[in-house]
Design a protein around this ligand. Structure first.
Ligand code: MYA
Length: 415
């Protein structure tokens, strides 16, 4: 059909990369082979027990001193309350964090976003870990954890969500990442937490599921101009613009922004909904207030309050994550919204998400991204999302699942 597919999948490079990716199953993982994670050799072995791979050790047996870094570097704990430290982290990530396969875009998490992502209820400053060059004090690497309760099948497990692993471009391939992962693991263990969840674009031992990103153009002209998407076959720019046109305002009666007083109702709605997925967060009201109450330019949440009985029946949310556009004369930033948690009980999910697209367009986002998790597949094609070339693999640390999940069985979105 005539949908110009974002970050189009057809390039030979992509095919070659996918082949290499599939070969990585047999590649050696010197570090990951030593860790309590599902190993490739065990895939399909249903005799192995489900649950923790290693038991906890007494806290007195957790290593008390940090791991050794190469002698030119030192550990630092990053206090995200400090404007100066937050700026250093922001700049490290802005210049060195995740890029797409063709190095055209790089995530540009805002400072406000980083503070939100790293300071949820019960967070530990000690899990916000930096590495500095001793001589210059420059921040050269980073990794973080935040606490979360994640339900896996019928068990709620205390975990760390690990994110923002970043090593400065000039210090790559020196085996710094394994030291950072071991150090965050040690600091998580010191809080008596023994499991973790994380996502990565790379294949490691062993994904619990693999998801695909889908992209819905809101500003097709800019997306095409910057090379994010291409004009579809037999399409003109004006036909493309028309194809993606959206109404000026949401269609659902009672559709409004979430407020503080909605936290109890949204929590009930969300807990009930997430119960159906194999892996999902176990959110309480404090979590919902933190993760879902709207924060300007960070997270947006809307709900449907039925006009007659004032009951909250549906909910949708997205977070703001711009990307720097590398080497374009006209544009420097791609403004992207990422689908977060959505619940429909009365308004059809398709209509709810169409309203989410409309408010995202009103807020001047260029693109709306969604993973094929939860029930998202039921609206992606219909609402003119196109499949992206990026895969996102989900992992658990020190927890084995007997069988990999379908992406639709996953109820967890990590930032
Ligand atoms: S995912 C985002 C990751 N960040 C980026 O992609 C930003 C750009 N890239 C970089 O900054 C570097 O390339 C990084 C690797 C830092 C990624 N997750 O130091 P090295 C393994 C896990 O020589 P570098 C996110 O933030 C690799 O397979 N492992 O490599 C979630 C190899 O091991 P092995 C990774 O390129 C992070 C080893 O590192 C990743 O200089 C979750 C090579 O090290 C990756 N994304 O640096 C972390 N990339 O030989 C795990 C490479 O065995 C958390 N590697 O194959 C685990 C749970 C911990 C807590 C547990 C609590 C109980």
């Amino acid at each position: 059909d005539s949908n110009p597919v974002a970050k189009d999948d057809s390039a030979l490079e992509t095919i070659v990369r996918k082949f290499q990716d599939s070969m990585s199953m047999s590649k050696k993982h010197k570090f990951w082979e030593t860790q309590p994670v599902g190993q490739f050799k065990d895939v399909g072995d249903s005799s192995l027990p489900e649950g923790p791979i290693e038991p906890p050790t007494p806290l007195s047996e957790v290593k008390q001193e940090p791991y050794n870094l190469p002698s030119q570097y030192e550990w630092t704990t990053c206090d995200m309350d400090s404007e100066e430290t937050c700026t250093e982290v922001y700049n490290l990530l802005k210049n060195n964090y995740v890029e797409d396969d063709e190095n055209m875009f790089r995530f540009n998490y805002s400072k406000e976003f980083l503070r939100w992502a790293l300071r949820p209820p019960g967070y530990y400053t000690s899990w916000h870990i930096g590495v500095r060059a001793k001589a210059s004090k420059k921040l050269v690497a980073f990794i973080t954890g935040v606490p979360a309760r994640i339900r896996v099948l019928d068990e709620v497990v205390k975990m760390a969500e690990i994110n923002f692993l970043c090593v400065h471009k000039k210090l790559r391939s020196k085996r710094l990442a394994p030291v950072m992962i071991k150090e965050v693991t040690r600091r998580v263990h010191l809080e008596n937490i023994w499991q973790a969840a994380y996502t990565a674009g790379v294949v490691l031992p062993t994904p619990i599921t693999t998801c695909q990103y889908w992209h819905r153009s809101l500003n097709p002209k800019k997306l095409i101009d910057v090379g994010f998407s291409r004009l579809g076959a037999r399409m003109t720019m004006s036909r493309t613009i028309k194809l993606y046109k959206l109404p000026d305002s949401p269609a659902t009666p009672g559709f409004r922004k979430m407020e503080l007083c909605d936290v109890p109702a949204v929590t009930r709605l969300l807990r009930n909904y997430l119960g159906q997925f194999a892996v999902a967060p176990d959110f309480d009201e404090n979590d919902v207030e933190h993760w879902l109450l709207p924060t300007e330019d960070v997270v947006d949440s809307y709900l449907v309050e039925s006009p007659e009985i004032h009951e909250i029946t549906d909910f949708c949310s997205f977070y703001t994550l711009p990307s720097s556009i590398l080497g374009n004369q006209t544009y420097s930033t791609l403004k992207a919204a990422y689908s977060y948690y959505n619940v429909s009980t009365k308004t059809p999910l398709l209509q709810l998400m169409n309203d989410a697209l409309i408010v995202a367009k009103q807020k001047d986002f260029d693109v709306f991204n969604a993973l094929d998790v939860m029930q998202n597949e039921t609206f992606l094609k219909e609402l003119k999302f196109g499949p992206g070339d990026g895969q996102l693999h989900y992992y658990l640390y020190n927890y084995r699942l007997r069988k990999a999940l379908k992406s639709s069985e996953l109820g967890l979105v990590l930032l």
